[in-house]
Design a protein around this ligand. Structure first.
Ligand SMILES: [Mg+2]
Length: 230
């Protein structure tokens, strides 16, 4: 059965996730130091994070929605510091603008451009990057985030939503991602093909069945596809 749909994870598959996240947290904190100074007198970046993690424990309904989690955390802290909760929305705009300033790996754009001519490409992410606001804008036919489907990987919701958008059967679809459990194992449980993006030469976890294929970058993925789809 030839492939029709390729779903692709974003963070650490197409760009390193840590630098833009850390930059966004710093930009948000600088903004709070100007616009909500009483909050930053009570909290540093570490205690903001602790508040968010505690909120995640208390609000499992927000576990899949990391943007919502961050916003509700800010609403609570702003309110405690005597600011209107609505300031949290503006704070989130600052955060997300910096969050989307990702630096894609050099292999991402050229390979996605070629793949998009042969397959339906849908990005599927647990994160809050909006791919259309990044330098990979225009490369995907469709983009899905966990907060839109109400559940994060390894829940099948992102994959079943992508299959529905592409009108594809699971066996006509392949997922590419860097996380053994959230990407590879989760996708093959749905019945999709799954390829592991292993950019840092890490070891596959022994408790999981080995992946169908492992690649170190998008060029290797493209070559693997050419071999298997020939
Ligand atoms: Mg990832």
């Amino acid at each position: 059965m030839p492939l029709r749909l390729i779903t692709i994870d974003l963070d650490d598959t197409l760009w390193p996730s840590r630098p833009p996240l850390e930059a966004a947290e710093r930009a948000l904190y600088r903004w709070l130091q100007v616009c909500a100074v009483r909050l930053t007198e009570r909290h540093d970046m570490a205690s903001l994070r602790e508040h968010r993690l505690a909120l995640r424990e208390a609000r499992p309904d927000l576990a899949h929605d990391i943007t919502g989690l961050r916003r509700v955390s800010l609403e609570q802290l702003l309110s405690e510091a005597g600011y209107p909760e609505t300031l949290a929305q503006r704070a989130m705009e600052v955060f997300l603008e910096h969050r989307n300033r990702v630096s894609p790996y050099a292999d991402a754009s050229p390979v996605l451009r070629v793949l998009a001519e042969r397959f339906r490409l849908i990005s599927v992410t647990n994160g809050n990057a909006d791919v259309e606001r990044t330098r990979l804008s225009g490369h995907f036919h469709h983009a899905l985030r966990a907060e839109q489907v109400g559940a994060a990987k390894p829940d099948p919701a992102l994959f079943t939503a992508a299959l529905a958008v592409a009108h594809a059967m699971p066996r006509e679809a392949l997922h590419l991602g860097d996380d053994p459990l959230l990407d590879v194992e989760a996708a093959r449980r749905v019945g999709m093909h799954a390829v592991w993006m292993n950019r840092n030469a890490t070891t596959w976890p022994a408790q999981l069945a080995p992946p169908e294929a492992e690649v170190a970058d998008m060029y290797a993925f493209s070559h693997w596809l050419d071999d298997t789809q020939a």
